[in-house]
Ligand binder design. Structure first.
Ligand code: CMC
Length: 425
């Protein structure tokens, strides 16, 4: 049995410390015993942007960034995307196992029942300006749901938590679709409980005057896959917001609003929208070398490239690339795909990107496929947020059940004035 400890020598004092390794890691609080004297606070770890800090133990999602592996609860993402419905995967993430047939029926029925939103939500959304960004509408409306369900604040009650999980997973497509219809000035379409999760979302988005929306099964299947790929991704910025905000025990509606706000940024979920703007700006294949030169000169980043964890091809990007072909067979080929493919080819050969291990991430191809399916660019991040709600809620539940978790409260290294400044001088 190897000695699972680390010996640290403090060269200031000459003292040695034996730190136990916990699953191969040190606990940061064990560093505090390393002090120069009784008045010394002790050593902390300094890690801006959490480059090398684990903030929790989790059994939900596994990523091997070097090998390009992603698994939910032990199942490879490729197998889940090929064989499962989004609600099966949601069940897996939230409850830890793939549902049996009767469990799936019960879960699916409940989601259909809870898809309606209070009529006042429509009035609330009517107040948004006609050109409000759908992500802004989603974030605000998620927070507003908190006022409709006051008992949701009892976050220590597992029964209450389960009810809010159901409501959030069921209602987020409805809110997303209302945001879309609002920006077009179209009447809101109520959920259709005879349709599956992705199909119902498409109906709420695109139904016009027909009695029943005619769902294209190929597009519904593609949306189902896209939802599965985006459902969770361990401790990313949005999920960290969910856990961090949730640690002070607010209700899950305001907590999920915080996570959605984090997702909306261009370095995170907002990147899919930025990729399309970038492809528009590049315009044609001949302009790519000049564009890459500017990226390498540090003028801006290649959107949809690079990842904090993946130092290999993002497995989600590979699946999206395959799914795109099926969508293009219906919608016609998106001409932006040629620019994206050439951009990827050049970038994957260029030493700047090779040395930094910058590969296409999930957002590189998702926007192109969303556009081919008929979504407007400003809906792209909303399409990311719908399935990610499942991951946020699974991580939130796990955090609340973890006896080691407390209110998130990092330390700082104070570098400001230490002498009290004279007042009124
Ligand atoms: N284009 C050009 N250079 C890049 C890029 C890029 N997209 N990403 C990283 N680099 C360079 C960066 O300039 C740095 O170079 P140097 O060492 O010379 O200073 C090096 O690569 C390391 O970058 P970093 O900023 O330290 O890496 P990070 O782990 O902090 O950032 C990232 C990760 C995803 C924010 C970043 O790669 C990025 O900004 N990518 C573009 C935005 C994007 O596509 N975001 C979606 C991420 S995947 C989905 C999601 O999380 O929501």
């Amino acid at each position: 049995m190897p000695n699972e400890t680390l010996t640290v020598t403090d060269n200031r004092t000459g003292l040695n410390y034996t730190l136990p390794l916990f699953r191969g890691n040190i606990r940061a609080t064990d560093l505090r015993q390393i002090r120069t004297g009784p008045d010394d606070f002790g050593v902390m770890s300094y890690d801006p942007a959490f480059l090398n800090t684990a903030c929790c133990q989790s059994s939900i999602t596994y990523i091997d960034g070097d090998k390009g592996v992603l698994c939910y609860r032990g199942y490879p993402i490729e197998a889940l995307a090929e064989t499962c419905s989004f609600l099966e995967v949601a069940h897996l993430l939230l409850f830890g196992h793939l549902p049996e047939a009767d469990e799936l029926k019960d879960w699916d029925d409940k989601i259909r029942q809870h898809a309606l939103v209070h009529e006042n939500v429509k009035k609330f959304m009517d107040g948004f300006h006609h050109d409000a960004h759908p992500m802004g509408m989603l974030v605000s409306t998620l927070a507003a749901l908190s006022t409709f369900y006051p008992s949701a604040r009892h976050v220590k009650d597992p029964g209450e938590r389960d009810l809010q999980v159901l409501r959030l997973v069921a209602k987020v497509p409805t809110i997303a679709a209302y945001a879309y219809r609002h920006s077009l000035g179209l009447p809101y379409v109520y959920p259709d409980d005879t349709l599956g999760y992705a199909e119902n979302f498409m109906s709420m988005l695109w139904k016009r005057t027909e009695l029943k929306y005619n769902v294209n099964p190929v597009l519904a299947k593609a949306l189902n896959i896209l939802f599965i790929l985006h459902a969770d991704h361990e401790q990313n910025c949005g999920t960290t917001a969910m856990r961090s905000v949730g640690s002070s025990l607010p209700d899950p509606y305001v907590t999920a609003a915080a996570a959605a706000a984090a997702l909306s940024g261009p370095l995170h979920g907002g990147a899919n929208e930025e990729v399309l703007h970038m492809l528009d700006e590049i315009g044609s294949v001949e302009n790519i070398p000049a564009y890459i030169a500017k990226v390498k000169a540090g003028e801006f980043r290649l959107m949809g490239f690079g990842h904090r964890v993946y130092k290999n091809y993002d497995p989600r990007a590979r699946i999206i690339k395959q799914t795109a072909e099926q969508v293009f067979a219906i919608s016609g080929r998106n001409p932006k795909l040629d620019i994206a493919l050439e951009l990827e080819k050049i970038a994957l050969e260029d030493p700047y990107f090779v040395q930094r291990k910058l590969y296409p991430n999930v957002d590189f191809y998702s926007g192109i496929i969303y556009q081919a399916m008929g979504f407007s660019t400003d809906m792209f991040t909303v399409l990311f947020a719908i399935p990610r709600m499942v991951g946020w809620l699974a991580q939130w539940q796990e955090m609340l059940e973890d006896s080691e978790q407390k209110i998130a409260r990092p330390r700082q290294i104070y570098v400001g004035e230490t002498q009290p400044a004279p007042v009124g001088v």
